[in-house]
Design a protein around this ligand. Structure first.
Ligand code: SF4
Ligand code: SF4
Length: 449
């Protein structure tokens, strides 16, 4: 078969994924996923551009049977840093989807939640501090829900799109730049947490930002690219490295960590945990559900009754899901899409005014971050069951927690009292919000439709 027609081109400049041409067997699976699910390969004439367009999602790496395409590896750099710290403090944060998938690479059954073990593993690898990104997710909800309330009250631009998935953000900037005003200005949970680590945490521990090596373990390859967006950093670079779940498993194996012998341990202050709302961020529908819980509180001053904090209709594997809720006499309509093909379908209807929503969650990966491009690889026939098991593990963690609302998280309350003042305050805007760029220039008039 002729090379070039069936395989997605990956630029050497791609800051998230890379391709080893020698390993490519021209099976066409990468092109199929990029065309059918991610839709990028069908949005422009691939042969016409020197630099292929890529939103860094890594879905092609997940389906590549020979590992010809994979994430750009950073774990060896991190290993070196852990072996030779040169006086630096090494800080790790873990994204929610990692806890319910890491075990798959280490002999545990699918859907096992290794939350307690992860902090112990990272400490035995040499971490000085281990934080939970569910804290950053709670912070994101506080900012995003307040932004949503302000848009509703002040006749702002609606629908408000979520902005936590960097692959989706880049997709919109390239293919739908006219919708940039709809994109929430809140940074992603990882970007927010990293800013807090290099500012608030550093100041409280008499550290300079450069004294800290800040590493995040994420399910996502697109995060490797996101951390290079200079507009997300307050310091010279707020996140130093992203390791995928797969890379953390490689590091654990290379360092011969016997995790069965490790006891569970807690994460460190000031970011030791998030609420159940922060936990479900890792799955499609979770951001929307979490935001509705806190939007209701911000608009009414009351919490949703316990029986109503679950929004079943935005859960599960459907490509496009919907819900509505009456808050203070106003009917709020929301939609959730996972997979860019579903997002594209919804956006095209939105632009033709065939549908209306106030709030739309978009995740590039089908199922959300539990199916991210850096997750343990799964055989195609096990894919759906694996995604559902990972999803259910996050939902059952939420259901077993007393703390399920981000605005009740004592660590979140404390950081607003001591540092950030209020959601969307001047300092919160400076540290936790961002801006976007029209990137349609990348298409150079080669957009197909
Ligand atoms: S990373 Fe995503 S957008 Fe880029 S080539 Fe692979 S599937 Fe396509
Ligand atoms: S859905 Fe999650 S894992 Fe997938 S690209 Fe977006 S942020 Fe990354």
């Amino acid at each position: 078969m002729e090379k070039g027609l069936l395989e997605v081109p990956i630029s050497k400049n791609n800051d998230a994924i890379e391709k080893n041409e020698k390993k490519c067997i021209v099976c066409g699976l990468c092109m199929r996923v990029c065309t059918d699910d991610v839709t990028v390969a069908r949005m422009y004439e691939i042969d016409s551009l020197k630099e292929p367009i890529c939103i860094n999602c890594g879905q092609c790496s997940n389906v590549c049977p020979t590992d010809a395409i994979r994430e750009k590896l950073d774990y060896l750099k991190v290993k070196n840093i852990l072996h030779n710290k040169k006086g630096k403090k090494v800080v790790f944060s873990i994204a929610p989807a990692v806890r319910v998938s890491l075990g798959e690479s280490l002999g545990y059954s699918v859907g096992t939640n290794l939350e307690g073990k992860i902090a112990s593993i990272l400490r035995s690898l040499g971490a000085d501090y281990v934080f939970d990104i569910t804290f950053g997710a709670d912070l994101t909800i506080m900012e995003e829900a307040m932004e949503f309330v302000n848009r509703i009250k002040n006749n702002g631009v609606l629908p408000q799109f979520t902005s936590c998935c960097p692959a989706w953000v880049k997709y919109l900037e390239i293919f739908y730049p006219n919708l940039i005003p709809n994109l929430s200005t809140t940074k992603s949970p990882i970007a927010m947490q990293s800013t807090i680590i290099k500012t608030y945490f550093a100041q409280n521990n008499n550290l300079k930002p450069t004294d800290i090596v800040n590493i995040v373990v994420a399910p996502c390859t697109a995060k490797k690219s996101e951390i290079n967006r200079s507009e997300l950093s307050i310091t010279s670079k707020d996140t130093d490295y992203i390791l995928t779940t797969r890379e953390l498993a490689m590091l654990i194996k290379e360092e011969n960590i016997d995790i069965m012998k490790l006891k569970d341990s807690k994460y460190d202050s000031p970011m030791p945990r998030g609420s159940g709302a922060g936990v479900i961020f890792g799955t499609s529908g979770g951001v929307c559900e979490a935001t509705l819980r806190t939007t209701y509180y911000f608009m009414t001053g009351k919490n949703l009754p316990k029986s109503k904090i679950i929004f079943k209709s935005v859960r599960g594997m459907e490509g496009i899901k919907e819900a509505s809720i009456n808050i203070d006499g106003r009917e709020i309509k929301v939609a959730v899409c996972n997979g860019m093909k579903n997002a594209k379908e919804l956006i095209d209807k939105l632009l033709k005014k065939e549908v209306y929503y106030d709030f739309i969650e978009v995740m590039n990966c089908i199922g959300g971050c539990i199916a991210g491009g850096g997750m343990p690889k799964v055989k195609p026939h096990d894919m759906l069951d694996t995604k559902i098991a990972r999803m259910n593990a996050l939902y059952s963690e939420d259901e077993n927690l007393d703390l399920r609302l981000c605005h009740e998280n004592p660590n979140i309350i404390s950081i607003y009292e001591n540092y950030l003042e209020n959601p969307n305050s001047k300092i919160a805007q400076e540290l936790l919000h961002t801006k976007y760029e029209d990137k349609s220039y990348m298409l150079k008039d080669n957009k197909k439709d």
